[in-house]
Design a protein around this ligand. Structure first.
Ligand SMILES: *Cc1c(COP(=O)(O)O)cnc(C)c1O
Ligand code: SF4
Length: 355
């Protein structure tokens, strides 16, 4: 278990000098939304920088008390797609298995913040066996995604039990793990842990990270251990105001990921979680940022910009468009912003040859 600053978290943050004072407002924030940070992330914070991108992700702020009317307790509609406790089955071929609702750090913009950090938060043995029974009975499930919370908060023994049960369900072909641990608690990625991932199922690790500075030498080494063991890694990041919403910070995040053999997968538009409006970026600005990256950065560095629709309708790509259809065919934009007309020969009905 990582040595997180969880109990009396605010006072500890004050003692450590990353928070000036534990005001009553901040106590009200911490009473609603769990606070925790790992030593690895704490060490990265520069207390002299009031805009520190690491502090902004984990140190609570009174802005979290401003809840907008359109913000929700269940921002992406997980509940209506949760047939049994711990399972979210929104898309036919894949299901989430939420093994526990705790994380080594609590991101202030988290879309599951309402559920996280309560006393127990671990799926009971009975709930887990019902969740596994659901997955077993639904043969359309091709991929299981372990998530939470962060599944790597569990002991190797518990994870290994669940993973071997999943390995025994024939219709499952792929196992995916969503985690923030390789960067926020790199020591957790031990060779013993990696050995429990070996089995019939190919394992993909999807890393949650939002800023290039999260990639300390230890974090780089922990990702390398996974990848060297044959485990492909992809990333998901959240577009966050003041943290990664400039061309420079996004470029450096994406390049750092690829330099570490991690393929950028999704850049999420901020979900409508309560008290997170200070992190949200307008979609038009998100599209502009992605447009500026196209062509300038290697294709390996391009994530897909995604919106998870409120109400449980699922994710939709909302990135910039480069091709528009008009009466004459298509108008396609190159990476300098110049538009070119393109005739789509395949769409024109073939001329019938005279006999
Ligand atoms: C995001 C999500 C997934 C994974 O989606 P991918 O597009 O495959 O990355 C699966 N199930 C649920 C319920 C999700 O919210
Ligand atoms: S690691 Fe993920 S689930 Fe945990 S607090 Fe951060 S965003 Fe939420």
């Amino acid at each position: 278990m990582p040595k997180s600053v969880s109990a009396h978290a605010l006072d500890t943050l004050v003692t450590l000098g990353v928070l000036p004072k534990a005001t009553p407002e901040l106590r009200a924030v911490a009473a609603q939304f769990a606070v925790s940070i790992t030593p690895a992330m704490l060490a990265l914070i520069n207390p002299a920088d009031s805009d520190d991108p690491i502090a902004a992700q984990f140190v609570p702020s009174i802005d979290e008390l401003s809840v907008r009317e359109d913000e929700r307790l269940d921002p992406i509609g997980d509940d209506i797609h949760s047939p049994v406790t711990g399972v979210v089955h929104r898309y036919p071929d894949r299901a989430l298995l939420k093994l526990l609702l705790r994380c080594p750090v609590y991101c202030r913009f988290c879309f599951r913040r309402e559920q996280l950090g309560h006393d127990e938060g671990m799926l009971s043995a009975e709930a887990l066996s019902q969740a596994l029974a659901y997955i077993k009975n639904h043969t359309e499930i091709w991929e299981v995604i372990l998530t939470g919370g962060d599944p790597l908060m569990l002991s190797d023994r518990r994870l290994s039990e669940t993973i071997s049960q999943l390995n025994n369900i024939d219709h499952i072909k792929v196992l995916r793990i969503h985690t923030r641990v390789p960067v926020v608690d790199p020591e957790r990625i031990t060779h013993e842990f990696i050995s429990i991932l070996r089995g019939r199922l190919p394992v993909y690790v999807l890393l949650h990270c939002n800023h290039a500075r999260e990639f300390t030498p230890d974090a780089r080494a922990s990702c390398a251990r996974l990848i060297d063991a044959g485990i492909p890694m992809l990333s998901q990041s959240v577009l966050l105001r003041g943290i990664n919403d400039t061309p420079e910070s996004l470029e450096s995040l994406m390049r750092t990921l690829v330099e570490n053999r991690i393929k950028p997968h999704y850049l999420h538009h901020g979900d409508l979680a309560r008290g997170t409006s200070h992190f949200r970026v307008p979609i038009a600005k998100g599209q502009e940022l992605l447009r500026s990256m196209r062509g300038k950065l290697s294709g390996l560095c391009q994530p897909t910009y995604m919106l998870d629709l409120p109400g449980g309708y699922g994710k939709a790509p909302i990135g910039p468009q480069f091709a528009i259809e008009n009466d004459d065919g298509w108008l396609v934009e190159d990476f300098h912003g110049h538009k070119h007309s393109y005739t789509d020969v395949a769409a024109i009905s073939p001329k019938v040859k005279d006999a």
